[in-house]
Design a binder for this molecule. Structure first.
Ligand code: G1P
Ligand code: ZN
Length: 537
């Protein structure tokens, strides 16, 4: 029996950079999650008898939303739901499952690296059949539907046992509870030389940040690759991530950073985020920026079995440094510059135009799935360390000696009043035409624009993707507002300076002039009232 529930639609369900992300309290409003899930189901076609993958990062509300989503999927006509045991699926594992099961799509429940718990964040993202985030035309249709929807539907029935592997029926639909790790671990064994990594005898520390990668990392690193027990830290997913931000950056993964900079550092340190798609890479006494990591992985990927044929192309988001462009040029392959957010990479990967892609926000991945993949990046690094016998620091130094160095940092101003942030951006956009030729200290503006992207696979155009100010000589500052925040606005300022010869300088010192120019150009202090960024990564 299908039960219909009237819903009063919501006007605030516009999916952002990666799905709908709100405070848990917002999601707890009557019909709120159901309103969004039903809107997804109303918009996607071909549901009859199709397979849907469901899973999340285990955060607060994960199980509740999964239970109702299963009953709603049955009412919507799906033939099968594949759900991770305990409601657990990392974002890359969900992407893989969608692909190998030939699913119509998947619901991934996560707010990524944002904190979890009753007062923190929750999110729902819809991924399409290629395993990647729904493209803008789909998310726009979902958003439109959330505003006009009048009923949501579920089959009558009680909650299923999410912890028992195997199949059950919900209405006419089969629900299959699967091991969330098995298929993903098998994919990693195909791509990387596990025997070589095992034989290299490396030591490492992996911080799962009490989030979803714990079970994946324990199985792959400790069980299959033979790293010592205890290599995986904070390996049990907790609904509130132990009260921490599961964001693998130098602020929130401070303990790992301190370990790697100290006398007892293992060979390799890494961390992943709430839903397992981001990565942090630190060698002994050597932090690798995500932009550099993308470039170094691209330059060395051929050393791993899955990439021994070479790369078809590289893609990076616009704010990501141009380090990868130099590798692409040397390899004689294309480098694509896309707007922020993983969904823009999917078309390039599907079209076979790119093999590896990445973002400055600690996301790296390849055509093995259609999401960024934290553990994948860790394993590719391990494979490269094993194949070369070099340390992370040596790899970085050799890379910079060959390609030059793109000094890079991102300054985030969080919780800025939305009106103030909007005023900053619109004033900046209004000044773009006047900037070329202007001088800020030693820096002279060469060009300034609001980034627009034309997708080479389908010709679709995305505008207003962030303001770029390019200086003579290859330095740059980029300004954009976050599309993933849940309170106020976050201003992101991306700073970059290229130097072909001086590759062993202090990043902060190298970027000081650009930081000053960024404030002079955008009036950051004047508009936000902040004299310092909240987070520097
Ligand atoms: C942030 C990152 C972006 C990433 C997204 C989802 O988005 O900057 O690179 O794709 O999270 O993980 P933003 O908050 O900047 O819109
Ligand atoms: Zn994430």
């Amino acid at each position: 029996m299908i039960r219909e529930h009237p819903t009063t639609a919501y006007t605030d369900q516009k999916p952002g950079t990666s799905g709908l992300r709100k405070k848990v309290r917002v999601f707890q409003q009557a019909n709120y999650a159901e309103n969004f899930v039903q809107s997804v189901f109303d918009v996607v076609e071909g549901k009859e008898g199709a397979t849907l993958v469901i899973g999340g990062d285990g955060r607060f509300l994960n199980r509740e939303v999964i239970q109702v989503a299963i009953r709603m999927a049955a009412a919507a006509g799906f033939g099968r739901v594949v759900v991770g045991q305990g409601g657990i699926l990392s974002t890359p594992a969900a992407s893989n499952l969608i692909r190998i099961r030939g699913a119509l799509g998947g619901l991934v429940l996560s707010a990524s690296h944002n904190p979890g718990g009753p007062d923190e964040d929750f999110g729902i993202k819809y991924n399409i059949a290629n395993g990647g985030p729904a493209p803008e035309k789909v998310t726009e249709a979902i958003h439109a539907r959330t505003r006009t929807i009048e009923v949501w539907r579920e089959v009558e029935g009680s909650d299923i046992d999410l912890d028992a592997l195997g199949e059950t029926r919900v209405g006419d639909m089969t629900v299959e509870v699967v091991d969330p790790v098995a298929d993903y671990a098998a994919l990693m064994e195909q791509l990387f030389d596990f025997a070589a990594i095992r034989a290299a005898g490396l030591t490492m520390a992996f911080d799962a940040m009490s989030a979803v990668t714990g079970p994946y990392a324990t199985e792959i690193l400790e069980k299959r690759l033979g790293f010592a027990p205890g290599t995986v830290r904070n390996g049990t997913p907790l609904p509130d991530f132990g009260g921490h931000h599961p964001d693998p950056n130098l602020v929130h993964a401070r303990e790992l950073y301190d370990l790697m900079m100290g006398p007892d550092a293992p060979d390799f340190g890494a961390a992943s985020d709430g839903d397992g798609d981001r990565n942090l890479i630190i060698g002994r006494s050597r932090f690798v920026t995500p932009s550099d990591s993308l470039a170094m992985l691209a330059a060395n990927a051929h050393l791993a079995p899955g990439y021994s044929q070479g790369l078809k192309g590289i893609a990076r988001s616009m704010p990501t440094s141009a380090a990868a462009d130099r590798v692409a040029a040397a390899l004689g392959i294309a480098c694509y510059e896309t707007p922020t957010g993983w969904k823009f990479f999917g078309n390039l990967l599907d079209a076979g135009m790119a093999t590896i892609c990445g973002e400055e926000s600690a996301g790296t991945g390849s055509d093995h799935v259609r999401e960024k993949d934290g553990l994948w990046a860790v394993l590719l690094w391990l494979n490269i360390l094993a194949a070369t016998g070099k340390s992370v620091d040596q790899i970085a130094r050799d890379h910079w000696a060959t390609f030059g160095r793109n000094y890079y940092a991102r300054h985030d101003y969080e919780g800025v009043e939305s009106e103030r942030a909007d005023a900053l951006m619109s004033e900046l956009r209004g000044r773009l035409g006047a900037l070329p030729g202007e001088r800020f200290g030693d820096l002279v503006v060469e060009a300034a624009d609001d980034f627009a992207y034309e997708d080479p696979t389908d010709g679709s155009i995305s505008r207003n993707q962030g303001v770029r100010v390019l200086f003579e000589g290859g330095s740059r500052v980029v300004f954009r507002l976050s599309g993933t925040g849940t309170s106020g606005a976050t201003l992101r300022v991306y700073l970059e300076r290229f130097d072909a010869a001086r590759t062993d300088e202090d990043t902060t010192a190298m970027l000081a002039d650009i930081v000053a120019a960024a404030d002079a150009i955008a009036g950051i202090v004047r508009h936000t009232g902040r004299t310092q960024p909240d987070v520097v990564t």
